[in-house]
Design a protein around this ligand. Structure first.
Ligand code: BGC
Length: 752
């Protein structure tokens, strides 16, 4: 009897449930295709509601449609960790106690892994943190090309090469978006300097635009299927990126078929009429104070708010333009917040720390290792560590990527922990004093880095201690202060700051068993490069910096990172600075002219004497040695469908497990247009055990051999001879594979 009653109650409940499901509007029914749901929601919205969802309501959020139960958008920086919450309309901290995060290595470090698997792990992990914090748009990753090593924000990007950046950005986006969080790729496009970033007008030829500055954005959209993109502050050809119909309508939404949302950089919109018609979909960060500036609500005065609504209602601007923007925002919400099947995410998990450590260790680059000074040998009894970056928290500062971390292992602590396991004593000397502020927008490191000693005294103390040590490890570089690696300012010099070159020279004189490890997001000059026996390039490595560094220095991790940018001798060895022409950098009268064209990074230094570079793009050593065998070419497809595969045997001829990145550069033997000496077109990272051989598999399609013809706006493949150059860095080519393309072809950017 009792059972029957329960069954009856269940049936009644099911009936009620079924009945109410039938009433669910289409936009809430996630069994329907997203487009159907989006159109249904749009058809139920008023003009005011459509306008409301396309602009901010606070520093980082925009409203949904409360009447319809459609949630809003919550953004977060990006790109290395989830930014702590700020007040509703202030940049100051909200003071929350649940918004500490794991800081992942900076994107330069990720790029230096040359490993798309690490990129997916990164995206997945940071996406989980964003999801747990209930953010549905992650403002990152950044893929602006390193045109100049002075750019203060290069640490947020993936180096100088469009192909490497493209291969690294795609898995990051996939990993993030699997969490139901949108990746917002930034800063589209040509935002390659911070000086005058709010208005600098970039003048660049079409070929360079398409071959150097757009490919990573294109890959993010067409392969990564990014749900959002952030047009930057700068201008291109006289129009701000946010109001630029060529960038947004013709290329992004036209040629690349982008169906996501173009979200303005914060405060980057200037004009209602222009922005409404240029393809930007959402406006954030315009300079209101959010409280009392404006008629009732300052956000109503945004360019895409009441002023836009008025122009729609009086017929000045078309409704279908507004519908397109609202439709895209609804699509974003359906893909993220209204996807009931997305996972819940996780914050500060052991897995995230492990991912940060793994990526960090894999991105560290061993530049030089004379006499196998590294890894630290078992004979070493006493190590002296010198340098501010060994004790400085580097997750705070730098601008919008500044983080509030749950914990950060400092390099000195990581080294001490590992040394203790090996019975090695560690002493520390500061060597120089750089930046002691330790505060950014209310996030403080809590560190007191003040030191009253004079520069001379600091060096004298370090030298004295160096003489008493078996080996010295210098940990310096740049930091996240203004004019170092920070948003809104560029570096003022290519040299390391704060007297560090002198400190390094003095340490070398005192104890030639010296390792120099610099943590930076940029290349810098190395006047001591020929003397110092071991040089390691670290980056901003985040929460696990100390552990990742110690893993490499002590040999638990065999370095396999490769430089994602050229380390030239001097600033003039970068084409943008070669002529010291201020129209090329930082610009004159608001214009900056990219006269160097395609000559960015190795595409320029390849034409210089080898002595003009310290370390080439793609360079990086290992604690073992590899030998590359004879490459084998196989051809598939026919003349109109070029497809080549090159396999290269890689043998580990040393004594420890390691990984080598086999790099393939394409050279056009004879071309009707000037082309770079060679361009990276494929790479593969292979792990190989001692004495073993593994195969690196490299594939090429027609894109690998093409150039962009600005006259007819088409990619162009010219029949004829090419060489596929195989090597372990851009300046260490060990084999050439000749290929002959049988048939010329042309195709538009839209035909992939
Ligand atoms: C930066 C963006 C950032 C945004 C929000 C801007 O100043 O250029 O990269 O995502 O602020 O913090």
């Amino acid at each position: 009897m009792k059972t029957n009653l329960i069954t009856a109650a269940l049936v009644a409940a099911m009936f009620t449930a079924t009945a109410s499901f039938a009433d669910v509007p289409a936009y809430l029914d996630d069994s329907l295709p997203i487009e159907e749901r989006v159109n249904d929601a749009l058809s139920k919205m008023t003009v005011a509601e459509k306008v409301a969802i396309i602009h901010a309501q606070s520093k980082f959020s925009s409203p949904g449609v409360q009447r319809l139960g459609i949630p809003g958008v919550w953004c977060t920086d990006g790109p290395h960790g989830i930014r702590p919450d700020v007040l509703w309309d202030e940049w100051d901290q909200a003071g929350a106690t649940n918004d500490s995060c794991v800081a992942f290595p900076a994107l330069t470090c990720l790029a230096a892994t040359w490993n798309p698997e690490m990129s997916y792990l990164y995206g997945k992990s940071i996406g989980e943190e964003a999801r747990y914090r209930n953010k549905n748009v992650l403002l990152g990753p950044g893929v602006n090309i390193n045109r100049t090593p002075l750019n203060g924000r290069n640490f947020e990007y993936m180096g100088e090469d469009p192909y490497l950046s493209s291969r690294i950005v795609v898995p990051y986006i996939k990993g993030v978006q699997e969490n139901g969080v949108a990746a917002c790729v930034k800063h589209y496009a040509l935002n390659n300097q911070e000086v005058d970033r709010a208005f600098v007008n970039v003048l660049v030829d079409d070929r360079t635009l398409h071959e150097i500055y757009l490919p990573a954005f294109k890959a993010a959209v067409t392969e990564g299927e990014a749900w959002a993109i952030m047009p930057g502050y700068n201008k291109y050809n006289g129009e701000h990126a946010c109001e630029n119909p060529v960038l947004l309508l013709d290329i992004l939404k036209g040629d690349w078929g982008f169906d996501g949302v173009a979200i303005s950089d914060w405060g980057a919109v200037h004009n209602t009429d222009k922005v409404a018609q240029s393809g930007l979909d959402m406006e954030f960060g315009s300079w209101t104070n959010g409280l009392n500036w404006g008629a009732s609500n300052a956000y109503d005065n945004y360019y895409l708010a009441k002023p836009y609504e008025k122009m729609i209602l009086d017929g000045t601007l078309p409704m279908d333009g507004l519908d397109d923007k609202a439709r895209r925002v609804l699509r974003l919400i359906m893909r993220t917040e209204m996807n009931r099947h997305r996972p819940y995410g996780s914050l500060n998990s052991d897995e995230h720390y492990a991912a940060a450590r793994k990526i960090g260790g894999e991105g560290i680059v061993l530049l030089k290792n004379q006499n196998d000074l590294l890894p630290v040998s078992s004979e070493v009894r006493k190590i002296l560590v010198v340098g501010e970056n060994a004790i400085k928290m580097m997750t705070v500062g730098g601008g919008s990527s500044s983080l509030k971390v749950q914990r950060e292992m400092l390099p000195l602590d990581g080294i001490k922990a590992k040394a203790a396991d090996c019975g090695i004593e560690v002493a520390y000397e500061r060597g120089y004093v750089g930046d002691v502020t330790g505060e950014y927008n209310g996030v403080t490191t809590g560190q007191n880095l003040n030191d009253d000693r004079s520069a001379e005294q600091l060096i004298a103390d370090a030298v004295k201690a160096a003489k008493e040590a078996d080996m010295v490890i210098f940990i310096g570089g740049l930091n996240k202060a203004d004019h170092q690696n920070a948003e809104a300012t560029d570096r003022e010099s290519f040299a390391l700051p704060y007297n560090q070159d002198r400190v390094i020279e003095a340490l070398y004189e005192a104890n030639p068993r010296l390792v120099v490890m610099n943590l930076t997001g940029n290349a810098y000059s190395m006047p001591w490069v020929n003397k110092v026996p071991a040089i390691v390039q670290g980056w901003y490595i985040g929460s696990e910096a100390g552990n990742a560094i110690a893993d490499v220095l002590f040999g638990d991790v065999n370095p396999s990172g490769k430089l994602p940018m050229t380390f030239a001798k001097e600033l003039k060895d970068y084409a943008a600075h070669a002529e010291a022409d201020s129209t090329m950098y930082p610009g004159v009268g608001g214009d900056v002219i990219y006269k160097e064209g395609l000559n960015v990074g190795y595409r320029y230094t390849d034409r210089l004497k080898p002595s003009r570079i310290n370390y080439a793009f793609g360079h990086g050593l290992s604690y073992t040695d590899f030998k590359l065998g004879k490459p084998e070419l196989s051809v598939a497809g026919d003349e109109s469908d070029v497809r080549y595969t090159v396999t290269v045997p890689v043998t580990n001829i040393g004594g420890v497990d390691g990984a080598e990145v086999v790099q393939a550069y394409v050279r056009d033997v004879k071309s009707s247009v000037a082309r770079p000496e060679k361009e990276l077109r494929a790479f593969a990272k292979v792990k190989v055990a001692p004495g073993q051989t593994e195969e690196a598999v490299l594939t090429f399609d027609r894109n690998a051999f093409a150039y962009y013809d600005p006259d007819d706006a088409k990619w162009t493949l010219e029949a004829g001879k090419f060489e596929i150059l195989i090597g372990t860095s851009s300046d260490n080519i060990v084999a050439k594979v000749p290929v002959t393309v049988g048939k010329s072809q042309k195709w538009a950017d839209s035909e992939r």
